[in-house]
Design a protein around this ligand. Structure first.
Ligand code: GLA
Length: 407
């Protein structure tokens, strides 16, 4: 079985050494869990409207090593923060000092609340997903924790439920009202496939990425996503307002997902202008996701790229969650020959843009961004090439063979 790449082997060895150093040598064989970050190809701000999304897992991840303890204590060592965090499973509270531990605490809290029986844990964790860049490092940490508990305590949890429970931890324990996309793709992504998720039924389909000549570049604006929480919640409210108003003339709708484009055209005049723009984005974005799936399935990269540009414009002008830095990235990408499409990805207000680009044009694109972005914005960007990676996996540390395979 191919579980991890050779690079991962070094990360895992370091992690197991950290586990032994900070939590004691221990007899038990550690389990290892790897959970990736994500970018969303298209379908932004649709998940909490019961709509469609099309993310991929990226080859940046959180890796966790862990083993059982005989008591009810949890000890977690973060290699990146060089901090040890300790708590009891019988009293899981929010930690205001070591904020990173709340994603782990939250997942264990939710698992216990749902009736899963846990015991004490020693954990060590590290990650190479840039934090605060909108690449879902927190969702990856949540999924890693849930999968670690599943492996160590032999819990019976369906993969979709793992995503749901991790989202619940973020909503109810960490206090961020995110949708389910990030946790879902971190758990269920598949190598060389995008993941179409129906965020109402939670049905999903893996869509093959048909060409190794078409690449994805992640362009980090390096703008901290300052407004993201308050504006995110405000957008959710505006969608809710739109839904309420439309449900007066369209009885039976329970989410913007239920409103067709023709119904929207007929009734849009009933909405307040700002709410109308928000709804227009969501309703057309859902349609774009389904078109994007067809484009991906037929290898029509040109059309997929056009849909990505259209999505970006809609997020910029109608949903108003872009920013000058993200717009600059898209503008630069658009000017480079061989780029099919580009857009902001994730919640917005900073973070990353993605570009879909022909392999042969990748270096030109990188050069253009590295040269022009600082001229336009006055700061250096960060670029990450990414493949389309596998979702979360867990294995036993002794399983050395697994570390030799590619992933
Ligand atoms: C964040 C949330 C997701 C989704 C996106 C916007 O990443 O965590 O659930 O709502 O924003 O598409």
């Amino acid at each position: 079985m191919k579980m991890a790449s050779v690079d991962d082997a070094d990360r895992v060895s370091m992690l197991v050494a950290a586990l032994r150093q900070h939590c004691g040598p221990g007899d038990a064989r550690p389990h290892v869990v790897k959970a990736p970050g994500r970018v969303n190809l298209i379908g932004e701000h649709t998940d909490y409207n019961d709509g469609f999304v099309l993310p991929i897992a990226i080859d940046r991840s959180v890796i966790m090593a862990g083993r059982c303890r005989p008591d009810r204590q949890v000890r977690v060592y973060s290699v990146d923060y060089q901090q040890l965090n300790e708590f009891s499973l019988d009293d899981i509270a929010v930690d205001n000092v070591m904020g990173w531990s709340n994603y782990i605490r939250g997942v264990l809290f939710v698992l216990q609340n749902e009736g899963y029986e846990l015991g004490g844990l020693d954990l060590a964790v590290t990650g190479n997903i840039p934090q605060g860049a909108g690449l879902s490092s927190s969702a990856a940490l949540e999924i890693a924790t849930a999968d670690m508990a599943t492996a160590l305590f032999d819990l019976k949890i369906e993969p979709v439920d793992t995503a749901r429970l991790a989202q619940k931890a973020e909503n109810e324990f960490v206090g961020v009202q995110c949708g389910i996309m990030d946790q879902f793709v971190s758990k269920l992504g598949r190598k060389d496939h995008a993941l179409l998720i129906d965020c109402r039924s939670l049905e999903y389909r893996h869509i093959p990425w048909l060409s190794d000549q078409v690449r994805l570049l992640i362009a980090d604006t390096r703008v901290q996503r300052g407004l993201v929480d308050s504006e995110y919640n405000r957008r959710r409210q505006e969608c809710e307002e739109g839904l309420q108003a439309l449900s007066k003339v369209l009885p039976g709708i329970t989410a913007l997902r239920d409103v067709s484009i023709s119904q929207f055209r007929e009734h849009a005049h009933l909405l307040d202008p700002v709410v109308r723009s928000r709804c227009r984005h969501v309703i057309y974005e859902n349609a774009r996701v389904l078109e994007a799936v067809a484009a991906l399935e037929s290898g029509d990269w040109v059309h997929l790229g056009q849909l990505m540009y259209a999505s970006h414009e809609s997020l910029r002008d109608l949903y108003e969650v872009s920013c000058p830095e993200l717009n600059a990235m898209v503008e630069i990408a658009q000017s480079v020959e061989g780029v099919f499409g580009a857009r902001m990805t994730g919640a917005g207000f900073g973070g990353c843009a993605i570009a879909l680009v022909q392999e042969r044009a990748l270096e030109n694109l990188e050069e253009a961004i590295l040269r022009r972005y600082p001229e336009m914005i006055g700061r250096d960007p960060k670029l990450l090439r990414t493949g389309v990676a596998e979702g979360a996996r867990s294995w036993l540390w002794e399983d050395q063979e697994a570390l030799k395979g590619g992933n």
